[in-house]
Design a protein around this ligand. Structure first.
Ligand code: AMP
Length: 282
């Protein structure tokens, strides 16, 4: 695996590959890698692309300075994991390299960014889109891979590509889960054994919601899910939402004959750790 810290060096290398006819598959991450991230690299490799992974903890998408400070950073282990799946290129730039000038980009994603994560993490999606846009400008990938684990992010990145008319195909990839169902996440490192146990309620609620959705009115289902998630006082629920998979707008009544899918979304805190997850339920 080739490793680059600067835009110039990365560009030189990728330009040569492009001239030889190779296509580029890009996987942006914030590091503290796990099998979920590796599944995205594997997808790019299966698609016969040069896999370029970036590791950059983006300060502009954190609305809480402590969250940024405590975000896990495990570069040595990340490099080993990337080598284990034969990732072709790692780009791990400094903040100065990504933002040589103060960033003032403002994107308007309309109603996609006013719900769920957008409502609870003010400015998060603008910061995320700013860095993804900058990374797209640097890497100029043909394809970019994002996890459904961050479904709202995936939807907004698709919108970003449309708005900027970028020639990049965005591929959404399934969420990888631990054996008990907990969605893999860099933040799981912070969970104590008890908290990890408590966190199982998230995926259990999603799987059960999928089952109940067929027969139960949405309001009743939401009441049930909220009660189920909050019966443990160690859990601080931010939201449980049932929304249209395309528009991300909350569903009020069960509409089963619509074109798009329906997903359930959860965000909560266990101790100091904030976890999110979602699942297609219809
Ligand atoms: P992050 O490092 O958390 O910013 O994630 C980088 C990419 O990996 C994003 O596209 C995430 O959606 C994706 N990702 C994170 N966790 C998982 C998972 N458990 N399964 C699949 N993809 C994931």
């Amino acid at each position: 695996m080739l490793k680059f810290e600067t835009v110039i060096d990365l560009n030189d290398h990728l330009e040569k590959l492009r001239k030889e006819g190779f296509k580029i598959g890009f996987i942006p991450t914030m590091g503290a890698l796990h099998k979920g991230h590796l599944s995205l690299i594997n997808r790019a490799k299966e698609d016969n692309l040069i896999s370029v992974c970036s590791i950059f903890v983006n300060p502009t998408q954190f609305n809480n300075p402590d969250d940024l400070k405590n975000y896990p950073r495990t570069l040595e282990a990340d490099i080993k994991l990337l080598e284990s799946v034969n990732c072709d290129v790692l780009f791990f730039p400094s903040v100065q390299e990504i933002y040589p000038h103060p960033v003032k980009t403002y994107f308007n994603f309309g109603r996609l960014e006013t719900v769920m994560e957008g409502a609870f993490r003010k400015g998060h999606f603008n910061g995320m889109a700013t860095v993804v846009n900058r990374l797209f400008e640097i890497v100029k990938p043909d394809f970019a891979y994002f996890g459904e684990k961050d479904f709202q992010q995936l939807t907004i990145v698709k919108m970003l590509v449309k708005m900027q008319a970028l020639p990049i195909k965005i591929i959404g990839c399934e969420t990888l889960r631990e054996e008990g169902g907990l969605a893999m996440s860099s933040r799981n490192i912070h969970l104590s054994p008890q908290e990890r146990e408590d966190a199982l309620i998230i995926s259990q609620t999603l799987f059960k919601a999928k089952e109940l959705f067929k027969a139960m009115p949405i309001e009743e289902l939401k009441d049930w899910a909220i009660k189920n998630l909050t019966k443990n006082p160690a859990i601080e629920l931010e939201y449980f939402e049932i929304a249209d998979a395309d528009t991300l707008q909350p569903l009020i009544i069960n509409i089963r004959n619509q074109e798009s899918n329906i997903r359930a979304f959860i965000a909560l805190k266990i101790g100091k750790t904030r976890l999110i997850d979602n699942m297609e339920i219809f």
